[in-house]
Design a protein around this ligand. Structure first.
Ligand code: FAD
Length: 392
């Protein structure tokens, strides 16, 4: 039986995860300014280090490389990884999106093949869902996978693919029945990125990392790599997107940003005239408001984890958490720049940088949180329609 950790066990687990990050991050990433990004090459090196140390997929069954840990334990670890501002793109896509989806609709053979490789840090997945004309409107995707004997032949173009530059595999959505109405003819696949016919182009982002576009020209996938039912991929992908929207790493990152703001405004001289910004009533009130919201986000994240452990259905709640934490992270970044002023502008590497340039890194990276995994507008729609039963 799965046991929810006690307060002391939770604190111990959190401490161990943070220690791991603080020891590992300096050797696997190039500098703090890159840690505010959603995706960069560092996330691959960090993912492998996580796997070697046994931090990946702990909630999966032992036979699939996990430790049968609770979702609450995973939430504690995710919050700690976020708090350490670890580069998590490869971890999130491999574990939360692909691995957890495979647990829901993969065959026993597929689980046995991929999950232990992911848990060991050896297989790293990117997510090939979005296309130039199919982001929010996922059902419009045009990349095709045509069955030919015991293979599918893939042609098309994906975009905004985080971590494709380091991934060993892709979790691919492609159209397998061009005659069917648009939500019906889509299927999901596991694709080896070394397959001939795949080209990856990286481009820099506002957050300081990279995103990718991926082109397929007659790339062949063995039919056994079809995930779930052929042509039922739309509904399975919606479930995968739910899983992507679980948010404890983002709660941890938001908490670090706010902790550092509190630390800074408490310092003598933080007002630029020998006094403390933290003595200003308006600053106290703003920080008090943000701290309250952060506590709501955190409690909600752990409520989702407890419900998963209790076997309760969780769906629109993921959208609530994602929407809330994305907006909160932006609000903290905006308030920091507003309160700290000019000194919040100095980047990593500058002699004037506060906390090694954390504040501008978070400010630049925060808008992406309201887009990646589905925009805020889409989350509001999910909450209204799926959560509250309003008409589609
Ligand atoms: C940092 C980052 C990482 C990403 N990583 C990946 C990845 O690894 N894999 C992947 O597949 N994709 C990835 N994406 C893509 C992401 O999923 C899409 O950007 C997102 O779904 C929005 O799609 P779009 O960019 O095509 O915008 P559009 O769908 O064109 O939307 C543009 C605007 O219109 C609004 N809008 C669209 N439709 C509606 C509607 N029905 N109701 C109300 N408003 C609407 C949107 O909210 C948005 O503000 C990433 C994006 C970012 C920013």
């Amino acid at each position: 039986m799965r046991i929810i950790p006690t307060e002391a066990e939770a604190a111990d687990l959190r401490g161990q995860a943070l220690d791991f990050c603080y020891k590992t991050i300096p050797s696997t990433v190039r500098g703090l300014e890159r840690q505010g990004t959603m995706s960069d090459g560092d996330s691959g090196a960090f993912f492998q280090a996580l796997g070697m140390a046994g931090w990946i997929g702990r909630h999966w069954p032992v036979e699939y490389g996990g430790r049968s840990a609770t979702h609450v334990e995973t939430a504690i670890v995710d919050e700690a990884l976020g708090y350490a501002r670890a580069p998590l793109s490869a971890y999130l896509l491999s574990v939360k999106v692909f691995g957890n989806s495979l647990m829901l609709f993969g065959t026993a053979a597929q689980k046995s093949k991929y999950l232990p490789m992911i848990a060991a840090g050896d297989a790293m997945f990117c997510q090939g869902f979005s296309e130039p004309m199919a982001g929010s409107d996922f059902g419009s995707l045009r990349t095709t996978a045509v069955k030919s004997g015991d293979e599918y032949i893939v042609n098309g173009h994906k975009i905004w693919t985080s971590s494709a530059e380091v991934a060993t595999h892709m979790y691919l959505a492609a159209r397998t029945d061009p005659q069917a109405v648009k939500h019906r003819g889509i299927s999901l696949f596991a694709l080896d990125m070394k397959t001939p016919g795949i080209t990856v182009n990286s481009f820099p982002t506002l957050g300081g990392g990279v995103l990718n576009e991926v082109f397929f020209e007659n790339a062949r996938i063995p039919a056994e790599n079809l995930l779930g039912d052929e042509n039922r991929g739309f509904h399975q992908a919606m479930r995968s997107l739910d899983l992507e929207r679980s948010c404890m790493d983002r709660v941890g990152a938001a908490r670090l940003s706010l902790d550092r703001l509190v630390e800074y405004v408490g310092q003598d001289g933080s007002d630029g005239a020998g006094g403390r910004l933290g003595d200003v009533k308006a600053v106290q009130e703003k920080i008090g408001e943000l701290r309250t919201k952060l506590q709501v986000a955190r409690s909600f994240g752990y409520l989702i984890a407890r419900n998963l452990d209790a076997g309760k259905g969780v769906s629109a709640e993921f959208s609530f958490g994602k929407l809330y934490v994305g907006l909160l992270t932006q609000a903290i970044a905006d308030a920091t720049v507003d309160i700290v002023g000019t000194l919040a502008q100095f980047e990593h590497g500058s002699a004037h940088a506060i906390f090694d340039g954390l504040f501008p890194a978070v400010y630049r990276a925060s808008p992406a949180l309201t887009l990646a995994g589905g925009s805020s507008e889409i989350q509001r729609g999910v909450i209204a329609v799926r959560g509250l039963g309003l008409p589609r």
